[in-house]
Design a protein around this ligand. Structure first.
Ligand SMILES: O=C1O[C@H](COP(=O)(O)O)[C@@H](O)[C@H](O)[C@H]1O
Length: 227
């Protein structure tokens, strides 16, 4: 079920989404004093303001593991790195106490790294994830033009390597099945074009990741948007 939360502007969206994600983390951590929570967030341009707002929320951040739903195969200092965005925005203020679990290891190759993450225990399956979406309907790094597309949307493995044709950089990404298994799932979008892409995906099944996610989810997907 899609739950729409619409805001007048990006600032209002960012604050409201930060409140909702903090609440989802609190609900997860209420499972007991030994319970940890795994939060996976997106990169790209959209989440900067939201991540900065989330960094100030009052939470037992020392019990939170933070990772990404996807990253680009670049160094952690590259301007295109989603890990760099995380470091520059979320991992400050109260959230500086969180544990960060990076995805990219340039000593390896994306497919090898995905295999290693799939064999390891951490990052665990996210309890809370905040997705973004491109105007081509990709979410995380599930690109329909990538040679790995069919396997990324059908595999039961959690992490997949992706080589998009049109977008820059090889990627590592959560698979569709991993996104479908997230208990508290949010989507952050802004602008008329992205709203139109989402509306089309809600109306009819299509060959992109957001459409597949909406078509198959059995849980609530909370969409935070502004015009
Ligand atoms: O490549 C990516 O794109 C999407 C959307 O990014 P945006 O710049 O349009 O906000 C993002 O959600 C994903 O994490 C990123 O790697």
């Amino acid at each position: 079920m899609i739950r729409h939360h619409d805001y007048a502007d990006e600032a209002a969206q960012a604050e409201a989404l930060a409140d909702a994600v903090a609440e989802a983390l609190r609900a997860t951590l209420a499972g007991g004093p030994a319970r940890r929570a795994t939060l996976a967030v997106s990169g790209g341009k959209s989440p900067r303001r939201f991540l900065s707002a989330l960094s100030t929320r009052d939470l037992p951040w020392q019990r939170v593991d933070v990772t990404l739903v996807d990253d680009r195969w670049v160094s952690a200092d590259d301007p295109d790195s989603n890990a760099r965005l995380l470091r520059d925005t979320l991992l400050r203020n109260a959230a500086a106490h969180a544990t960060v679990l990076p995805l990219v290891d340039l000593a390896s190759q994306p497919a090898q790294r995905a295999d290693a993450l799939n064999r390891g225990e951490r990052p665990a399956q996210p309890d809370v994830a905040v997705l973004g979406m491109g105007e081509d309907g990709h979410t995380a790094s599930l690109f329909a033009d990538a040679p790995e597309w069919q396997s990324a949307i059908t595999t039961s493995a959690r992490w997949v390597a992706v080589h998009p044709k049109a977008a820059p950089h090889a990627r590592i990404s959560l698979s569709l099945s991993a996104l479908l298994a997230v208990e508290h799932l949010f989507l952050q979008i802004g602008g008329g074009e992205k709203r139109a892409v989402l509306a089309r995906a809600e109306q009819a099944p299509g060959e992109n990741a957001i459409s597949k996610l909406i078509g198959q989810t059995g849980r609530d997907l909370h969409v935070y948007s502004f015009a």
